[in-house]
Design a protein around this ligand. Structure first.
Ligand code: ATP
Length: 939
């Protein structure tokens, strides 16, 4: 029988929100409790009061009415009321004896045992969900796929290869140079996502041409759930006005800005530099140019300043050699100034790739190596290689690692990836009008329309009626992208098509605001009511996604083959379902025809991407200009033949040398397919739908299951948990990748989705489900006995960047203990137990706790000791794993450094420091009591 005494503290089992009550009156049948927090007094029957006595023990902490925190040293009872002998937590030399009457009315019991003993019990489903969530989270944090699971992207091997290779590096500095439209943005997104979820990067700055800012922001949000803030002049001005003292770039951690913004505003550049970032991403990096004699352009210089003080740098360009090999070299130098010291050195090395490629090729082939090959391999690697698959595989890795740009340059090609639909060139030679300047300057003949801003040229230019006719007949029901060099030309054309032709048009050029451009792109993309044709100036030829169209009109010819490739790349990209039709109108017997023939016959650039086009054009630029200017007839034909021969030769050379090596390095197919397979397995074993449905039902979150398996989730007033931040108007989620890829309106719900992040957070920071009493049906254990299942979290307090959790052998310890103190943890696991466990109603559950309080407390303490005993060995295992792993990385880098100076010293130093720091922190693991379940045995 419970002894009641005035002054004791009690908690309502059913209304814990009343706070901690004080017993103020007691008679034979009733007791009265005052709840100071809510200023209410309740009278209960002595026999059935749903109340639990709050008792602290030595080692617990408590708060007094003045808000001071105390540590309990010992306790005594005086006239039924507890007196706590305490020392102040913030100043342990101050001690005091505190009557329980003086405890604060606000009581937050979070520790599982305290809550259980105070009858703050939780439903069985919540306990189960809690444990599942913890296990899921633990699994995820050690998964090699971490950071790649959540993004809404198709499983494309070369992208996952790069993401996996680069995303895990500490401070990656690489040039992502896949051919146009193969998914560099996706690769960069996957890398950033990994860096962010593992804590390797926290602050990221993405610099893009201003026309691509929105597309990037949307792509990051839609595919990666990464909320980047777009910093333009308006935004920065607003932030400054709000808080003139603050650095706007320090107010957000993931920022997209245009390079121009920083170029035009020295103060903003200084602030962005000052704010500091962990990772810098620069898209369309071919605009950063550099020449040996004049140095970098302003864009190059500004990026160089950021690259110099940012640990990680990703440069993205589809056309790394656009505007010359020296710019390509300079961008590599920007990534690694020590390695790429002089242009000549770089060029010398490039020349030697062929022999390395030959050896790599031999290693990759099926069949035994002959003596000559063995010798060549040994000569290159400095040691012989056994003829086993494993040894050969390792040797290939070694070679690729050592290869000049191996670790920092990734370039995948359509040819290597395959599966593209192909493209057809449809030339449209048109007779030049009488008035056409047959002789004269290159500019006059090539782009005469650019000289006449009034649009006068359209009166006589046969390309205009040709285009109208094309749109009205052959391509009547097709979407067409037209690209021309200049904005005014596009404007004049658009007007003509719309007004005279009655064609639904959209436009995209530099004189339009960013919003207008994005609206135009969206109007073009609209399937039903959208524009038939989008007319773009050259700014539309970069980065944009228009693969839903398959007809491209090249209204004029750019002067650079890489720009032409960028244009075609708007359509020729992942997701294109049809062969691309490239319509090329030109006027016969003019420079236009020659330029077309140059691209078509010499460089062969329309049918497929030509890796040599840029170099060939650079080599023959002077001759080409001459031929374009003057009527050279047969000589021009001869040049086309000559350059075409050179092209074939160069391609063969490249295929055997540099490009082949680059291809091996950019995607090692076996590794890539292993990663994709692991991703597919992860997708197939997705237990999230079941977890989510149970979670939503048991927490009263409204949800409707749709016939296609997706769910609509709504927040509601009846929700039993907070902090999930559900959108007011609900969200539709799907658990399936394929569905997520086709249904833009859904969220792709995976363990890495922010909603799951919030559920995990809820479990870690709130008592949700952490104390439960349930029934265990068993015919073996005598009825009425109890068992205690307790879970403890193993935690290491360390900067997220070190990712130490990944080395812990276990992040959770489960202890199962019988009433008599027998440790059953190893013998009976959760899965065995689970089917036999059933819910127990709250009243009976509370009775169990009240009646078996002592034994529960004793067994729990024992469980805690059993868990604590394992910590030491966990610490040792984690240290070994972490130490070995980092040592391997270090050894590889040190070894590499001896053969390939592209390894930076600071990479080695950083890793050495990280290793030492991690080992030290793993010495001190903490054991956090997470949850407790009392199982009452019944037949
Ligand atoms: N794994 C993927 N899953 C789904 N869509 C993808 C995937 N990879 C690429 N795409 C789509 O293919 C198109 C091209 O991808 P992305 O824009 O990343 O290419 P890019 O190499 O950056 O192009 P560019 O060279 O034009 O800048 C985009 O529309 C992108 O959304």
């Amino acid at each position: 029988m419970q002894e009641f005494a005035v002054g004791q503290r009690w908690l309502s089992d059913t209304e814990s929100e009343l706070g901690l009550g004080v017993l103020v009156d007691v008679d034979e049948r009733t007791i009265s409790i005052l709840f100071p927090k809510s200023d209410e007094t309740r009278v209960y029957s002595r026999a059935t009061a749903p109340l639990s006595r709050i008792i602290f023990a030595a080692g617990d902490s408590l708060t007094d009415q003045d808000g001071i925190d105390w540590l309990v040293i010992s306790t005594e009872v005086k006239s039924g009321v507890l007196r706590y002998h305490c020392s102040q937590i913030s100043a342990p030399e101050i001690t005091k004896t505190l009557s329980e009457t003086r405890l604060a009315a606000h009581l937050q019991l979070a520790r599982p045992l305290e809550r259980l003993l105070a009858s703050q019990l939780e439903p069985k489903e919540w306990y189960d969900l809690r444990i599942e969530a913890l296990l899921m989270q633990a699994r995820m944090s050690t998964s090699l796929l971490r950071g790649m699971i959540g993004p809404r992207v198709g499983l494309i091997p070369h992208q996952f290869y790069i993401a996996h290779e680069v995303g895990r590096r500490l401070a990656p500095r690489v040039l992502l140079a896949d051919e146009v439209g193969l998914g560099k943005t996706i690769e960069a997104g996957l890398i950033m996502h990994q860096q962010l979820v593992t804590g390797r990067s926290e602050r990221i700055l993405v610099l893009v041409p201003d026309s691509l800012q929105y597309q990037w922001m949307i792509e990051m949000r839609r595919r990666f759930n990464l909320n980047f803030s777009l910093f333009d002049l308006e935004r920065t001005a607003f932030l400054k006005e709000n808080d003139p003292e603050a650095n706007p770039f320090a107010t957000e951690s993931c920022i997209i800005a245009s390079i121009d913004l920083l170029l035009d505003h020295e103060d903003l550049k200084a602030q962005a530099l000052d704010a500091g970032f962990d990772l810098l991403v620069v898209d369309e990096a071919h605009h950063l140019t550099w020449h040996e004699d004049v140095g970098g352009n302003d864009r190059y210089d500004v990026v160089a300043e950021f690259a110099d003080q940012t640990a990680g740098v990703l440069l993205l360009t589809a056309t790394p050699e656009q505007l010359g090999v020296d710019s390509h070299f300079a961008r590599l130098r920007l990534l690694d100034p020590e390695r790429f010291d002089t242009l000549n050195h770089f060029l010398d090395e490039e020349a030697n790739y062929a022999s390395t490629a030959q050896v790599a090729e031999a290693l990759m082939q099926e069949g035994l190596l002959d003596d000559e090959q063995h010798e060549a391999i040994a000569a290159l690697l400095g040691h012989p290689v056994e003829d086993t698959p494993d040894a050969r595989y390792r040797a290939i890795n070694e070679l690729l690692d050592r290869h000049g740009t191996g670790r920092i340059l990734f370039r995948n090609t359509r040819e290597a990836i395959q599966g593209f639909q192909g493209r057809d060139c449809l030339p449209a030679p048109l007779p030049a009008p009488e008035s056409w300047p047959i002789t004269g300057s290159l500019r006059q003949q090539m782009w005469p329309e650019e000289q006449q801003l009034d649009g006068e040229w359209m009166q006589s230019d046969p390309r205009v009626p040709w285009l109208l006719n094309l749109l009205k007949t052959e391509l009547k029901h097709q979407k067409v992208l037209l690209i021309a060099r200049s904005g005014p030309v596009v404007e004049s054309l658009e007007l003509a098509l719309r007004v005279h032709g009655g064609i639904r048009t959209a436009m995209f050029h530099e004189a339009m605001s960013l919003l207008e451009r994005d609206q135009a792109a969206a109007y073009f993309a609209d399937d039903t009511y959208g524009a038939q044709i989008l007319l773009c100036s050259e700014i539309g030829s970069e980065g944009r996604n228009f693969q839903f169209a398959s007809n491209l009109v090249l209204f004029d010819m750019p002067s650079n083959p890489d720009v032409l490739e960028q244009r075609i790349g708007r359509l020729d990209r992942i997701g294109q379902q049809n062969r691309i039709q490239i319509h090329v109108p030109y006027l016969m017997a003019t420079a236009q025809e020659r330029m077309f023939r140059w691209y078509n016959e010499a460089l062969d650039i329309f049918g497929h991407i030509s890796p040599t086009a840029q170099v060939l054009q650079e080599n023959h630029l002077v001759e080409l200009k001459d031929h374009l200017l003057s009527d050279t007839g047969e000589q021009f034909d001869a040049l086309l033949v000559q350059v075409n021969d050179e092209r074939l030769e160069l391609e063969t050379e490249l295929q055997a040398g540099r490009d082949r090596l680059l291809e091996f390095n950019s995607c090692r197919p076996k590794v890539a397919s292993r990663i994709v397979q692991a991703m597919q397995e992860q997708d197939a074993h997705n237990t999230l739908p079941d977890f989510m449905l149970r979670f939503l039902s048991s927490t009263n979150i409204e949800h409707d299951e749709q016939h296609d398996g997706s769910l609509i989730i709504h927040s509601s007033d009846q929700m039993l948990v907070d902090g999930l931040d559900l959108p007011e108007d609900g969200m539709t989620v799907t658990f399936h990748r394929e569905q997520a890829l086709t249904r833009e309106d859904t969220e792709y719900l995976t363990v890495e989705h922010p909603l799951m992040g919030r559920i995990f957070e809820l479990v870690r920071t709130q008592p949700f489900g952490n104390a439960n009493v349930a029934v265990l049906r068993s015919s073996v254990i005598p009825a009425g006995k109890i068992l205690i299942e307790a879970w403890f979290r193993v935690e290491v307090i360390a900067p997220k960047v070190l990712n130490l959790n990944a080395s812990l052998p276990q992040q959770l310890i489960r202890v199962l203990i019988s009433e008599s103190g027998q440790d059953l943890s190893a013998r009976i696991n959760s899965a065995m137990l689970h089917p036999q466990i059933h819910a127990l109603d709250m009243n009976n559950a509370r009775q169990v706790v009240k009646l078996r309080r002592d034994v529960i407390e004793a067994r729990y303490k024992q469980a805690e000791e059993l868990a604590r005993a394992q910590i030491k060995s966990f610490s040792q295992t984690a240290q070994k794993r972490y130490g070995d792993h980092l040592q391997q990385e270090l050894d590889r880098l040190i070894y590499l450094k001896a053969h390939n100076p592209s390894v930076r010293d600071d990479e080695i130093d950083r890793l050495t420091h990280q290793r030492a720091q991690g080992l030290q922190l793993l010495e001190q693991l903490s054991l956090v009591p997470d949850s407790i379940r009392v199982l009452v045995v019944m037949k």
